[in-house]
Design a protein around this ligand. Structure first.
Ligand code: FHN
Length: 454
């Protein structure tokens, strides 16, 4: 009898385990908001990936080049829905290697990846059962990109997150421009709305988000975009946020799930209560720290999607300093890559990732888990803080060999993060704390001085 019971019990455990292994996200223990946000707050640095059929187009049509982001090619280069459909049909990125992408992100010091599951063009990078306009049904590639990337992330210990566009230029019920005076995607006349949009929201958008949250394991962040269209309402936003947290209680959701922003502003500044866990300044870093969670997203050149004509790449130094600046103000940095139509990261992006990786490997202690500077922005760079330690990130190394720190810093021990064996002398005056540093900067981009406090 006992043996029979044991066999039944064993069978039950096996069935339960198999189900977990199939699809369901594993971490269903409900965390407090602070616990839920903890990994994200500590991570500081993530990779944004804008990839879709627009990565074939590259922002070009004959002699025309789309201004701004090449992921807007469909709109900016005046493709009709039918004309544009040929691109998903030829989407065959045979060089896509999810493991290699994740390794590049990890080596750069990034702790999470946010990929566009569907951008405004409407083409999905996963096996959607509610749509044929996806990589499995429309394109010859027939590989579930979201599955491959989510598995590679899990394997390599990095958080998998997805972006989802509320705006959809392909779905007939989301086509606001079929209605008089409705300007596609950027309609700023709130009196003109599309009566079919709620159907798209209920029968297409929500089920797609549900698929992404149930079939690909734990999702770190759900990153919405396109919240600015008047068809999308705060009622939908709140409903969607609740829906997501019900499926994966510990998932983090950006503020673009609701309507808290004014236009394209990053932080919520509309009157009222809005759903969402963090603000999303885009292509900008706030001047000062902000007392709530935020993440600055930014491109390496001027485009989110692959755009070979855009050669205005930010320098390694600029990107490293931006990371430091953001962390010193309490934010996260979501840095974008626009892979091409074959599945390759542009070489310019890879070089920058490598440079950031070299720097974060040496100086990560002053970044990950660090909090905003408690002091005013110094002339020579930025501060970050962790426990009883202040890190001085020096952008402009002092030519006189004396680093001037904030007078409130009570230093016990001062060292170079790159060379912890040599103690640096410091002396407190009434106006500042002076640190005797080597004449040559230890790092050509940002050198970090570690100050252990009394
Ligand atoms: O229109 C998009 C744009 O293409 C890109 O995806 C960025 C990323 O944050 N968001 C939108 C504009 O706010």
């Amino acid at each position: 009898m006992k043996t029979l019971k044991n066999i039944l019990l064993f069978g039950l455990i096996l069935v339960l385990n198999t189900n977990v292994g199939l699809a369901q996200p594993s971490s269903d223990k409900k965390l407090s908001d602070d616990e839920r946000m903890e990994w994200w707050r500590d991570s500081k640095f993530g990779m944004f990936i804008h990839w879709g059929a627009y990565s074939i187009v590259g922002g070009e049509r004959g002699t025309k080049i789309a201004g701004g982001g090449a992921e807007w090619a469909m709109d900016k280069l005046d493709y009709t829905v039918e004309e544009y459909e040929k691109f998903p049909k030829m989407f065959n990125p045979v060089m896509f290697d999810a493991d290699a992408w994740v390794t590049m992100a990890k080596n750069a010091g990034m702790k999470y990846i946010v990929i566009t599951s569907k951008h405004h063009e409407g083409f999905g990078l996963w096996d959607s059962k509610v749509s044929d306009y996806d990589v499995m049904d429309t394109s010859p590639f027939k590989r579930d990109i979201i599955k491959e990337l989510s598995e590679a992330c899990k394997k390599q210990g990095i958080k998998f997150c997805f972006y989802y566009s509320i705006v959809d230029w392909h779905h007939p019920q989301a086509q606001g421009n079929l209605y008089p005076n409705y300007n596609i995607a950027q309609n700023d006349d709130p009196t003109v709305t599309n009566p079919d949009f709620p159907k798209y929201y209920k029968n297409y958008m929500k089920p797609q988000v549900e698929e992404l949250l149930t079939n690909y394991g734990d999702v770190g962040v759900v990153w919405f975009d396109g919240d600015w269209i008047p068809d999308y309402t705060t009622k939908m936003g709140k409903d969607l946020y609740k829906f997501i947290r019900k499926i994966q209680p510990n998932t983090i959701v950006n503020n673009r799930v609701d309507k808290g922003r004014t236009g394209m502003d990053g932080m919520n500044n509309n009157e009222g209560e809005f759903a969402g866990d963090f603000g999303t300044p885009e292509q900008e870093i706030p001047d000062t720290g902000i007392d709530s969670d935020w993440e600055a997203c930014m491109t390496m050149n001027g485009s989110w999607g692959y755009k070979p004509s855009d050669n205005k790449w930010k320098s390694n130094e600029d990107l490293i300093q931006k990371l430091v600046d953001i962390v010193s103000k309490g934010g996260n940095f979501l840095l974008n890559i626009g892979p091409d139509g074959f599945g390759r990261f542009p070489s310019e992006s890879i070089r920058r990732l490598n440079a950031m990786g070299e720097w974060t490997k040496k100086n990560g202690e002053a970044i990950y888990g660090a909090s905003a500077s408690p002091y005013e922005k110094p002339k020579w760079g930025r501060y970050t803080k962790k426990d009883n330690v202040i890190y001085a990130h020096v952008f402009d190394w002092p030519t006189d060999g004396l680093l001037k720190l904030n007078k409130d810093i009570k230093a016990k021990k001062v060292t170079l993060l790159a060379n912890p064996n040599i103690d640096l002398n410091s002396i407190a005056t009434s106006r500042e704390v002076l640190v005797d540093v080597p004449m040559l900067a230890p790092d050509s981009t940002v050198s970090v001085v570690k100050i252990e406090l009394q």
